[in-house]
Design a protein around this ligand. Structure first.
Ligand code: FES
Length: 185
């Protein structure tokens, strides 16, 4: 770490920081308050910017997971559109946790028009879909990337952490359908 001109600490070696550090660096889970300077129209006046933090929420015990049997949960809150699944698949996946990197979680609202896909997991292809509305299908081994159908955005992936036997949801990549802010349900 070294001092920058504005007095903040600069992360040394971005390529070797861990996921949590990356999220803080990228602003996805930054918490608290930061002061911005140099905002157009504000001169040298300091501007307070409030940023939010994803909750760390217990989802399930690792030892209770059954291969290819999704566990349904809600994240990041109990509101509408927060339906999600946690699933232990038969193959490694991007963002997967566990010894085999095969445990992932996703929001289950289709990114096209919000079709609910929580019951459409297909173990044989490691996909979620087809969506009951217009047949979109998403690859859970590749961060929820669209495989076919009308959707153009990947499914929001729930970031996971393991502590002992406990699995926690700690963040999201991608915007939940129907929200302009994942944390405003
Ligand atoms: S809402 Fe899912 S494909 Fe249209």
């Amino acid at each position: 770490m070294g001092k920058q001109k504005d007095g903040t600490e600069a992360a040394a070696g971005f390529g070797c920081i861990n996921r949590r550090a990356f999220l803080f660096a990228s602003g996805a889970t930054v918490g608290g308050t930061v002061l911005l300077t140099g905002v157009p129209g504000m001169g040298k006046q300091a501007v307070e910017a409030r940023v939010s933090r994803y909750p760390r929420m217990f989802v399930e015990n690792m030892s209770r997971l059954v291969l290819n049997e999704p566990v349904r949960f809600k994240y990041p809150d109990k509101g509408r559109n927060s339906n999600s699944i946690l699933v232990k698949m038969g193959e490694p996946a991007g963002g997967g946790i566990g010894a085999d990197r095969n445990i992932v979680a996703f929001n289950t609202l289709c990114t096209h028009m919000g079709g609910e896909m929580g019951k459409t997991f297909q173990a044989s292809h490691a996909v979620l879909g087809p969506c009951p509305f217009h047949q979109s299908t998403f690859d859970l081994t590749r961060h929820g990337m669209i495989v076919s159908g009308h959707a153009t955005e990947s499914l929001p992936q729930v970031l996971l952490e393991v502590e002992g036997d406990d699995i926690y949801a700690v963040g999201l990549i991608g915007l939940i359908y129907g929200r302009y802010d994942n944390l405003k349900g």
